[in-house]
Design a protein around this ligand. Structure first.
Ligand code: GYE
Length: 333
């Protein structure tokens, strides 16, 4: 009896106490930097591991991520991995230790992520892939993958080339500057391009090597290509920067880029678009680096426990020389 009475009396007190604790608890969550739920000022904390600063695309992507985080009121912990997987793994482990709310990263290569992604999952930190994919069989290791369809970019490049060379007689010799070995864009662009040009047997890839997505790499490998191959009709570069580096090698070899050698690249960053408008490149398949706003949106959603689509594709187009002249004045990056 006494017990029941005490219980009855205690109920409103317990309810009031509960409310106080709840409010206090929420406030504490918002203020804690170590509780895995918000930074010092209550902001969502996003750990972002970037590939590096290898290209104009990457620079534009980094700017987009930083600006979008600021605009969305998200605290961004940014790490530049200098194109090394071990640096990215270290950065992700640091983010886990710091108990960030969400981790996003652009994996430099496709393989070798399962262990660290399991560590993030064990720590209950949702992971978002941006820009590049991983080849993990376990799709529960990340919430979503936001980025372009690289196979399609390669395919569109090949389809344009078939049309451009439809009246050519004899073999059309193609050299290919691949992106970073083992990266999703290098693997997929190569695949899409090869699939497309298979429709025309006179289109032949005579040399294919990585220039690591950089201008210096593109220049150096193109020099080797030019030395080893007396007849090069086409260059397919997996990004603008390697194509821009290759321009120097082509000019130094006494050839006219865009005329003696047809040049196709991917990205459509400002310098690439300028080369296209100037007639030095012939075709660019666009790949948008402006992923920041969508990434922040997704970070908020996964943090709130909402289900998001497992794959979100970026919208893209292609450019000829004429289209580049038109688009260039309004190009943002
Ligand atoms: O095309 C290239 C960059 O992953 C889509 O990486 C990105 C690629 C981009 O270095 O320029």
């Amino acid at each position: 009896m006494r017990g029941t009475k005490r219980f009855r009396l205690a109920r409103p007190i317990a309810a009031a106490l509960g409310a106080v604790l709840l409010v206090g608890g929420l406030a504490a969550c918002g203020n804690s930097d170590t509780g895995g739920d918000g930074g010092d000022d209550g902001k969502l904390v996003l750990g972002f591991s970037q590939v590096g600063a290898e290209s104009g695309w990457r620079t534009a992507n980094t700017t987009s991520v930083k600006e979008a985080a600021a605009a969305a009121g998200i605290e961004l912990k940014f790490d530049d991995a200098q194109q090394k997987q071990e640096n990215q793994i270290k950065a992700i482990r640091n983010f886990i230790q710091q108990k960030v709310d969400v981790i996003a990263f652009s994996p430099v290569v496709e393989s070798g992520w399962d262990t660290v992604l399991k560590e993030a999952r064990d720590a209950d930190i949702p992971v978002i892939l941006t820009d590049r994919a991983v080849d993990s069989a376990d799709k529960t290791l990340y919430k979503t993958f936001l980025g372009s369809d690289f196979v399609k970019e390669g395919r569109l490049s090949g389809v344009w080339l078939i049309e451009h060379k439809k009246d050519a007689t004899g073999d059309v010799n193609i050299v290919e500057l691949q992106g970073t070995t083992g990266s999703a864009p290098a693997n997929d662009r190569k695949k899409g391009f090869a699939e497309a040009i298979a429709a025309d047997p006179k289109l032949k890839i005579v040399a294919s090597q990585s220039g690591d997505f950089t201008r210096a790499g593109g220049k150096q490998v193109m020099e080797q290509f030019l030395k080893a191959n007396p007849k090069i009709d086409v260059l397919f570069a997996h990004n603008d920067d390697m194509g821009l580096g290759a321009l120097e090698a082509i000019t130094a070899a006494g050839k006219v880029p865009g005329k003696d050698i047809t040049i196709i690249t991917i990205d459509a960053v400002r310098d690439g678009m300028q080369a296209l408008a100037d007639g030095k490149f012939n075709f660019i398949a666009e790949c948008s680096p402006l992923l920041g706003p969508q990434l922040m949106d997704l970070a908020k959603k996964v943090h709130a426990g909402e289900t998001v689509p497992p794959r979100i594709e970026t919208e893209e187009t292609t450019f000829t020389q004429e289209q580049a002249k038109e688009a260039l004045p309004n190009r943002k990056y």
